[in-house]
Design a binder for this molecule. Sequence first.
Ligand code: PNS
Length: 169
Amino acid sequence: MSTVTERVAIYPGSFDPITKGHEDIVRRALGFVDRVQVAVAHRRTQKKDGLFDIAQRLELIRTSFADEAAVEVVEFDGLLVDYARRTGANLIIRGLRALSDFEYEFQMALMNRQLWREFETVFLAPAARWTFLSASLVREIASLGGDVSEFVSPHVLAALHERFGPGTA
Ligand code: PNS
């Protein structure tokens, strides 16, 4: 007798802020898993300084997927493997935009599997028009008054405008 187990993937990252590239990856993952946990890493685990605090990032992501019951938005502190093991996700989703992403992503995938051997990483390519897009570029352009309306959803744009002003474009 076979049992049907739910396939749960975790999509970890900084999401500072969520971009249309991230949203695209989540929707692609929903094509082959039952649920996606979008997991915002606490700053303690990252080298970079943040623009939005964790609560704001979570709220922006929740708004992006308000219409999607299969997407859960969570935060985590400490090791990703420990968090994932507790929640039952054994698949990591990561977007791969260009060859330049590869070395870091490959290293993380192998290390995560070393830490928990059932933890597999699935790399997804975003739509071609988002391959040059990154949250750090969005932050930089928005902070300098540039137009990022093409790269983020309207509610994220509103949050960036609130932070930096509507900009010049
Ligand atoms: O979007 P980012 O900043 O590239 O995401 C990196 C992230 C958050 C996925 C990575 O730093 C991470 O998993 N941090 C949690 C701590 C951890 O598990 N580190 C070991 C990774 S092998």
